[in-house]
Design a protein around this ligand. Sequence first.
Ligand code: ATP
Ligand code: MG
Length: 392
Amino acid sequence: MLYAVFIFDLEIVNYRNYGRSRIRLDRGINLVVGDNAQGKSNLLEAIYLLSTLRSSRASSDADLVRRDLLHTEFPVARLATQVERSAGNLMLEVAIVGRTTDASHRAGKRVRVNGVPRRASEAVGQLAAVLFTTLDIDIAAGPPLLRRRYLDMMISQVDRGYLRAMQKYARVLQQRNSLLKRVQSREASASELNFWDQELAHSGGIIMQARADALGHLVPQAQFHMDRLSDGLETLSMTYRPAVGGLDEHDCPIDETEWTARMLRALAGLRTREIHAGATLVGPHRDDVIVEINALPADFGSRAQQRTAALSMRIAEASYLRRALGDDPVVLLDDVLSELDARRRRGVMEFLDTFQQTIVTTAEPDRVRDVMTRAAGRFVVAAGTITRFEGE
Ligand code: ATP
Ligand code: MG
């Protein structure tokens, strides 16, 4: 079956360092060349934002609007794209309103899907994408927060219920934490916690179940690609480590209800400590995924090993999205190919060749000649303007 998903039209207006650019992209590999600080990462960030409605770097909406507009009356960045999909073509528009002096203009994102205004949460994943960046090395060896974000951004694109559970969990967590502080200072009674425990454990159960389920697909994929990219020299293991309790692969609750029950037990056991701490000490907001390279924790690994592990995790993500959606995600590679040796680069390219559309950036086209010759479309970014070019 021929999968059909690709961006054929993209417009960027007043986004970060961009003025106004509109390009047509091709099926297959699109190569974007540009010197440092010209707007390559901003371009991929913009496309990823159209997919997830969130910035891939931790930024406020105002940061995304072209800086010199921020003090004007109506500072707005605009992204628009047209996408071919098997589920029907998609037109997606996001307007990002920066800080305003005029109270009638609310700051934030406005989204239209096929011309109809939608909430951001309804537009997440309409255009599925996976983003590889040079910072990814940290998803293998960095803090747990990055691995939770890895799972969250991925699962949210395919599972609306997960996104809703995440939003509810965050709200309940905040309320429960402030209640814990009031119980601590004797402004509230501990029995008031019972209701919030139920609420938190209910959303928590949905989240933990979905994470365990996603990892069931991701783990063998990541292992397979680590083996392939390293020519059988390196092994990768990933193990879900939910904060609610010492689980290993032989002790994974099988449904949401069991996860919820387990979380309720954990909360009951920790109540005194939580009141003392004034904070919720257990739950998905403290989950981790333990990554090991050659049976040692990933932070023991060499840079190249960590980088290969992170690449394998991203490739697994692309394969997860493809399976869950029945369509290919658009694959975005921000400057990652030039830092790989020839063998690993070939390994990545082989995988990418099976996807409908990839967009690859580089500051050093000479280091990725093989990509250059195979690219269907070639573009140059300079000072926040992107243009197509023909020839070498
Ligand atoms: P590198 O090769 O170093 O990775 P790049 O081409 O990926 O460079 P980007 O990260 O896209 O560069 O950034 C390009 C420029 O955009 C930077 O100089 C940055 O200062 C600028 N920039 C970021 N946000 C804004 C904004 N809100 N308004 C104006 N300029 C911005
Ligand atoms: Mg960059």
